[in-house]
Structures are given as structure tokens and as C-alpha cells.
Ligand binder design. Structure first.
Ligand code: DGL
Length: 275
């Protein structure tokens, strides 16, 4: 059976929160998920390293027939996507496409914010890259006039170690939310700018006033992808549609399978590959 899947890449498990939402809106499509678990987290790594790792992953997914790759990782979208799109893609595969998670989030927030004051929660890498403020400047059409950011370096390890229900989770989520609320008292939208953060939503909601909208990226990326495929019918027609979702990891498959079920809420089978 011809397999021409949409590639979905993340540094590890987090992108599964994005994949889950994409599969809901495109259930007939084939997907190949790749988690670079052997080398994550990316959130604390330099630009150069995140770029090199992400480029390797994209090349691999192209070698597996993917005509379109979604970088379902904020850190990789922040630190590698633009370079790969502008420098590498025209040379290695001009007919293929790569999309990230930051631009769709920026577009969505620009549509819904009323005060134009937006908060971004992300990894240290995403925050220090300044990608969100830069993209808002470019794409919000002036609708977002002020952004504040907060790096939450403890949130990913909390989720990955399944400490979501712990006192530690409560402590760190409260601390970071209080910090960002303090930075701007007129916020009306808060972006969960990291793939893992939706898993902490119940705690986050406790500390965020109801007047502030909390934005999860999975649904937004999924909605924007449907729109993108409708506008790019030639690309859409290349993708095979047998409802097949494959999971690959650069780590031991069994480890991936155990943790992936936490993110997906169901068991999956994975395969180990080498980049
Ligand atoms: N997937 C990453 C992100 O969205 C978080 C995990 C990591 O640091 O690798 O930023």
C-alpha cells in the first residue's frame, strides 16, 4: 500500500498533543510521528544544535516519503524552522513543505485578543529566541501591541516524569503563572507555547483569572492545517489516506510506548530509528 504520510516531528513526546488534534480533524490521512527522544530536551540547547538536529529529522522524514512535515515543537519551530525553510528546503527538496507551530498560534491569537496584551509561556529556548514577539510584530497586523514571556523550565520534566498530580507541579505552575500575570496586568490571552503544557491545564486554570483565555496549540495547528491543505490541493493530493499513524523514536521503542500513552490516552506501538 502506498505510504505518503504527513511527517510530524518533535524533540520527544510533546508533539503527540499536536498530532492527537490533527488526527481528529484529518482522520483519513496517514501520519508518521518522529520523536527525537534520544537527544531531548531541546528546550535548553543552543540554536546551532537545535537547528542541526531538526534538519536531520526533516531530512529523515523526507526520505520516508513525507511531502509535508509539521514541526510540532515550539523550540525547534523557534530555533530552526525559518533557516530550514529559507536556506535548506530550496536546495534539498523545493517541492516539499515544512510548517511549524508558532505562526498558526500567532495568527489565532491576533484574531481573538481584545486588549492586544498577550502572554507566552514556553521553554527557556523558545523564550530566549524571542520568536513569538518577533512573529507577532510581523503577522498580527498591529493587533497585538504588547507581549510578555515567562520561561517555565520545570514544567517539561514534571510532565515527563508523570508528576502532574504532585505538590511540586502545583508549586512551579503557580510560581510561573504569578510571575507572568505580574509582568502585565492587562493580559487577555495566554499561549501555552510548549507542547507539554496542555497536560498541566487543570493546574494552570486554577491560577489564571477567567477573563484570560488560555490557548492550547494542538487545536489551532490542526485547524490551520486543514485550511492550508484546502488551499494547497496539489500537495494534499500527494498524501496517502489510509488512516495509518506510525510512531518512530530515536530511543528505545518500549520507553516511548510507555510515555506516549500518557500523552495520547491510549497505547501505541513504536519503532526505533537512527538519525
Ligand atoms: N517540545 C518542546 C517544545 O515544545 C518541549 C520539550 C523539549 O524541551 O524538548 O518546546
Amino acid at each position: 500500500m502506498l505510504n505518503v504520510p504527513i511527517g510530524v516531528f518533535d524533540s520527544g513526546y510533546g508533539g503527540l498533543t499536536v498530532l492527537k488534534e490533527i488526527v481528529k480533524v484529518l482522520p483519513g490521512y496517514d501520519f508518521l510521528y518522529l520523536g527525537d527522544n534520544a537527544r531531548n530536551p531541546y528546550g535548553t540547547r543552543s540554536f546551532k544544535v537545535v537547528y542541526e538536529y531538526t534538519l536531520q529529522a526533516v531530512k529523515y522524514l523526507f526520505s520516508q516519503n513525507c511531502p509535508l512535515v509539521i514541526i510540532a515543537c515550539n523550540t525547534a519551530s523557534a530555533k530552526a524552522l525559518r533557516n530550514i525553510q529559507q536556506i535548506d528546503l530550496p536546495v534539498i527538496a523545493p517541492e516539499r513543505r515544512i510548517l511549524g507551530v508558532i505562526r498558526p498560534s500567532v495568527e489565532k491569537v491576533s484574531e481573538i485578543t481584545k486588549t492586544g496584551h498577550v502572554g507566552i509561556l514556553g521553554t527557556t529556548g523558545t523564550v530566549t529566541s524571542n520568536s513569538y514577539p518577533i512573529e507577532f510584530e510581523k503577522w498580527s497586523g498591529g493587533r497585538v501591541e504588547s507581549t510578555v514571556q515567562e520561561a517555565c523550565p520545570m514544567w517539561v520534566p514534571i510532565v515527563e516524569n508523570n508528576e502532574i498530580e504532585s505538590e511540586g507541579a502545583e508549586y512551579f505552575v503557580r510560581k510561573n503563572i504569578m510571575n507572568i500575570l505580574e509582568k502585565d496586568r492587562n493580559l487577555d490571552t495566554l499561549i501555552l507555547g510548549c507542547t507539554h503544557y496542555p497536560l498541566l491545564l487543570n493546574i494552570i486554570q486554577k491560577y489564571v483569572p477567567e477573563s484570560i483565555k488560555i490557548l492550547e496549540q494542538g487545536e489551532i495547528v490542526a485547524e490551520k492545517l486543514v485550511d492550508y491543505l484546502q488551499r494547497h490541493t496539489e500537495l494534499d493530493s500527494k498524501i496517502s489516506k489510509n488512516s495509518r499513524v506510525e510512531y518512530q523514536t530515536t530511543e528505545v521503542a518500549q520507553n516511548f510506548e510507555e510515555k506516549a500513552s500518557l500523552f495520547l490516552g491510549k497505547p501505541v506501538k513504536a519503532r526505533t530509528i537512527h538519525l
